[in-house]
Design a protein around this ligand. Structure first.
Ligand code: HEC
Ligand code: HEC
Ligand code: HEC
Length: 373
């Protein structure tokens, strides 16, 4: 079903939209301004204002991201945006741009999305962050984020004044979220993670940033960004394929038993990830986000043994990927991780680390009931 719709969408793209560069060939994009790049390559699906409500986009499942929808953008870190533009989104109509656009262009597009398309929406929907702040934080931090008068001398150290240059320099979004979640030891700043969800903490963080720290909009130039510590630019794109990282061994140097892992995978994972690891298992059509396609370059550049071990153990938040450590031993998880790694991710590395006979206790795996999330 999904693939038929996707196919139709791609046909519409090929037949109807003569002006879109269909082959996405690396071409004369070198000196084109970012606005033009966006208009030319992205707006057909995502809309000129990032509203995602285009004729072409509406025919797609899943639809293109709406960049101006703050709720929808919460899970999009800068790193993820960069990786998605470069490598595309497997199993969706989102193409990989890594061959068409240069790294600086991809970074510029990411900034364009974050600074030009997202803030308008963030600005429009302060309500949640604003309410939380007014009810819980302003008593110490003041209505304007510049520290309540009583607290300036009443608390030692006093609450942070968010409107200063020092605050702009020190308080990255990540640090703000961390401090709100866990509090600040030996100060009056409480931990809020039991009171608020992750989304609520992010909402109040963004409110602090947009209302108090950067009331005139996010700093735009690299110089300003450097001065204020705003991290939107100059963060390196996640590395391209790095053989050294990809060869890292399993935690504790465990050696996985590939045959055991294969058997278990086919019984328990293939229903979502597909027997060939392509993310097209029978259940995949009903799941969002979609199970990962292990054969996509985004997976092949990133999912080394430690990563696989970690995500198979703990699952991934807000998705249907289960945490298998509740039902499997570490050795069993290593077996499955090794199978996924040498079969789908890096078949070329298979010969380097072969299973030593006798190292594992290969008892026949069985279909295990799925663990609770
Ligand atoms: C042919 C249609 C199409 C074009 C052209 C397109 N996109 Fe997308 N894009 C999509 C779809 C569909 C999704 C949703 C994928 C998903 O839900 O995983 C998406 C998702 C995204 C995301 C979010 C990815 C994530 O991790 O969830 C970003 C960022 C993005 N696109 C940026 C761009 C940029 C930048 C361009 C231009 C260089 C572009 N897109 C061009 C269809 C398109
Ligand atoms: C009882 C008073 C009090 C309340 C209520 C309070 N804070 Fe604070 N907050 C403080 C103090 C004191 C500091 C300074 C801590 C320090 O110097 O390390 C602080 C620091 C901070 C910082 C900066 C932390 C850092 O990493 O330097 C942030 C962000 C912050 N508060 C957010 C909030 C938010 C959001 C709320 C409401 C959900 C809140 N605070 C409620 C007293 C308070
Ligand atoms: C009920 C469906 C389902 C089952 C069963 C399932 N997965 Fe997944 N898996 C998912 C989904 C959905 C995602 C994508 C999560 C996301 O995009 O955040 C995923 C993601 C992953 C990832 C990539 C995570 C990342 O962020 O890098 C790995 C690796 C993985 N699964 C391995 C497995 C293995 C091995 C098994 C069997 C032991 C398994 N999965 C069983 C649904 C499933």
């Amino acid at each position: 079903m999904t693939s038929i719709r996707l196919f139709t969408a791609v046909c519409a793209l090929v037949l109807g939209m003569g002006s879109i560069p269909i082959a996405w060939a690396a071409s004369e994009t070198k000196d084109v301004p970012t606005t033009e790049l966006y208009r030319k390559y992205c707006a057909t699906c995502h809309g000129l204002k990032g509203e995602g409500n285009t004729t072409l986009g509406n025919s797609m499942t899943p639809p293109p991201r709406r960049f101006n929808d703050p709720a929808g953008m919460m899970d999009l870190t800068q790193e993820r945006i960069l990786a998605s533009i470069r490598d595309g989104r497997p199993g969706t109509a989102m193409p990989a741009w890594g061959n068409t656009l240069s790294t600086p262009q991809i970074e510029a597009l990411s900034d364009y999305i974050r600074e030009r398309l997202m803030p308008s929406a963030i600005g429009a929907d302060h309500s949640l962050g604003q309410q939380i702040f007014a009810k819980n934080c302003s008593v110490c931090h003041g209505d304007r984020g510049d520290t309540a008068v009583w607290a300036q001398s009443g608390l030692t150290p006093p609450p942070r004044n968010f409107t200063t240059d020092l605050a702009r320099k020190e308080l990255t979004r990540e640090r703000i979220i961390f401090s709100i979640s866990y509090g600040r030891a030996e100060t009056a700043m409480p931990a809020w993670n039991e009171r608020f969800t992750k989304e609520e903490i992010e909402a109040v963080s963004d409110y602090i940033r947009t209302a108090f720290m950067f009331p005139d909009g996010h700093p735009a130039t690299p110089e300003e960004a450097a001065k204020t510590g705003h991290s939107a630019r100059h963060e390196p794109v996640p590395p391209h394929f790095d053989p050294k990282i990809m060869r890292e061994p399993m935690p504790g140097n465990r050696i996985g038993d590939v045959a055991w892992g294969n058997h278990f995978f086919q019984l328990n994972c293939a229903t979502c990830h597909g027997k060939d690891g392509d993310g097209q298992g029978p259940r995949a059509a009903f799941i969002n986000p979609k199970p990962r396609n292990f054969r996509h370059s985004a997976s092949q550049h990133k999912m080394n043994r430690p990563h696989l071990f970690e995500v198979i153990s703990n699952g991934t938040p807000r998705s249907e990927m289960p945490a298998w450590k509740t039902v499997l031993t570490e050795q069993e998880i290593a077996n499955i991780a090794e199978f996924v790694f040498v079969t789908f991710i890096q078949p070329g590395f298979a010969a380097e680390l072969t299973t030593t006979p006798g190292q594992t206790a290969p008892h026949a795996p069985t279909a295990t009931p799925e663990p609770a999330q």
